[in-house]
Design a binder for this molecule. Structure first.
Ligand SMILES: Nc1ncnc2c1ncn2[C@@H]1O[C@H](COP(=O)(O)OP(=O)(O)OP(=O)(O)O)[C@@H](O)[C@H]1O
Ligand SMILES: [Mg+2]
Length: 484
């Protein structure tokens, strides 16, 4: 209770009345009182301090005691907040019987309790607090707790408001389920969105954010680079990394089949947000084990996952689509701040870049970066460079390469059929040209849609390849295209 200091922040000359009266008024009239008391403050409250010390506190205490006494012991408006369990032993006997808050664990409830007062017309609106008058009161600004976190920084972030609005409720501790998966094509901005969502979800709900990536290779404007020193390579390594983070290294020594349960025990009672990135690199068996593990996650913990299109995921899933045009233009303007050649590019060229990269944030940023370097002086040059699938620095290979490796023979024939025409083709024609029977063709096209390789049109009666996939296949697999 250091109300006088809050008043002095707002009104350097102090109150117009004497301090004793002002303090008494605050203690009597304040609708909701939070006591963050030291041992000596509670001694004052109990009248156990030597005469002459802690007079201000003793005066506040007398008024608060009187408030409770007048209400026949019913106390709705005064609460003690402690920062650690040890300090609970100093609370006065009079106050100890009432509910108290833990500053960190109960942060949300403190806010709800204060808001209840506001909604009942008892409390004070935020705006009013800023213009604190001598007879008003200031809610004690609670410390804002930054969770412990190893989230990497993000370079830039625009829009994704709709996606954040969908994700954040799934990460709320009251939500059912273990959290959410962001899935979508390579380079669509999944990791960036997950980091932003975790930053927004954590305050007040999580004490620790554990970020783990299974991404072995990352792509920058100069080409792919090895990320394996920072990555986990499988489910067990993921559990071990979480165990070390929780300072339970002994779990990493236990038999592998016992570690999931031991880790769930270790997570129980903690408020941990797990951000597990790029799960498509895990084997199918590891992905299954991970989802089984997540289904046992304690309610106080949540997980946010990212993956390129996965088939076996369970739980909440957000399919990440392209960045919208306004945000893509903002992204280009941001890159152009350090790139005079891009800054000189007219808006129609920037719009062409956005359309031709399909709103894929990696393709957009990579291509924008090429403007003003190497042989590229314009956006048109950079787009031609992207389409040429440059050896050793090919973002199309980075994004689509693994998909190509996983095609079944039927999928190969269907994709090859679609790789030349510029117009969408009817399903019947795709089946006829590829020589794959129609029911199998329809099933394969649905699977390819979910993997963001083809685009359905006219209610799944016609299909076209995603334009950049077509470019890539023509370059990377000319043999496949020639068969048709
Ligand atoms: N909302 C955004 N605004 C601006 N730039 C973005 C945004 N989202 C992502 N980016 C940029 O796009 C690039 C790719 O993003 P990110 O790595 O998050 O994609 P990803 O979907 O996780 O890729 P991968 O499939 O390879 O894991 C990064 O350079 C990132 O800075
Ligand atoms: Mg990623």
């Amino acid at each position: 209770m250091i109300l006088d200091q809050f008043l002095l922040d707002a009104k350097a000359g102090g109150p117009p009345e004497d301090w004793a009266k002002w303090r008494a008024d605050q203690a009597n009239q304040t609708e909701r009182v939070i006591i963050i008391g030291s041992e000596s403050w509670f001694l004052c409250y109990d009248g156990k301090q030597p005469p002459g010390t802690g007079l201000g506190a003793a005066c506040e205490a007398r008024n608060l005691r009187r408030r409770i006494y007048r209400n026949a012991g019913i106390n709705e408006d005064i609460r003690v907040v402690i920062f650690d369990e040890a300090s609970a032993q100093h609370i006065s006997a009079d106050l100890e019987l009432y509910h108290r808050f833990h500053a960190d664990r109960d942060f949300d409830n403190i806010l709800r309790w204060l808001n209840d007062a506001e909604q009942n017309g008892k409390g004070m609106k935020a705006k009013e607090c800023q213009n604190m008058a001598p007879h008003s009161f200031a809610p004690i600004p609670l410390p804002s707790f930054s969770p412990r976190s190893n989230l990497p920084t993000i370079q830039r972030f625009f829009d994704r408001e709709t996606e954040l609005a969908k994700l954040l409720p799934d990460l709320h501790p009251d939500a059912t389920g273990w959290g959410a998966l962001i899935d979508g094509p390579g380079g669509m901005g999944k990791t960036t969105l997950a980091i932003r969502a975790a930053e927004l979800a954590a305050p007040g709900h999580f004490d620790d954010i554990v970020f783990l990536s299974a991404k072995q290779t990352a792509m920058d404007p100069h080409g792919p680079h090895d990320e394996s020193p920072f990555a986990v390579s499988g489910f067990t390594q993921m559990l071990d990394a979480i165990a070390r983070r929780l300072q339970k290294p002994e779990i990493t020594q236990a038999p592998a089949d016992e570690r999931p349960r031991l880790l769930i025990d270790a997570l129980t009672g903690t408020r941990t947000l797990l951000v597990l990135d790029n799960l498509e690199t895990l084997t199918d068996a590891d992905q299954r084990s991970l989802f089984a593990f997540l289904s046992h996650l304690p309610r106080t913990c949540k997980a946010l996952l990212t993956s390129r299109p996965l088939v076996i995921a369970t739980g909440r899933r957000l399919k990440l689509q392209q960045l919208d045009q306004a945000a893509a233009l903002q992204t280009l303007a941001d890159i152009a701040r350090d790139n005079p050649a891009l800054a000189a590019a007219p808006e129609p060229d920037r719009l062409r870049l956005i359309t031709q990269t399909g709103g894929n944030t990696l393709l957009l940023t990579w291509t924008a970066w090429q403007v003003g370097s190497g042989y590229c002086t314009t956006i048109a040059d950079a787009l031609a460079h992207l389409r040429s699938c440059p050896q050793g620095n090919d973002p199309l290979q980075f994004i689509f390469g693994d998909l190509l490796a996983r095609f079944t023979p039927e999928e190969e024939r269907i994709v090859a059929t679609l790789s030349y025409p510029t117009e969408p083709i009817p399903v019947t024609a795709i089946a006829e040209i590829s020589g794959v029977d129609e029911p199998t063709t329809r099933r394969a096209l649905k699977l390819l849609t979910n993997r963001s390789i083809v685009l359905p049109q006219e209610g799944e009666e016609k299909y076209a390849l995603v334009p950049m996939v077509a470019e890539f296949i023509r370059h990377a697999r000319p043999d496949m295209v020639k068969q048709m």
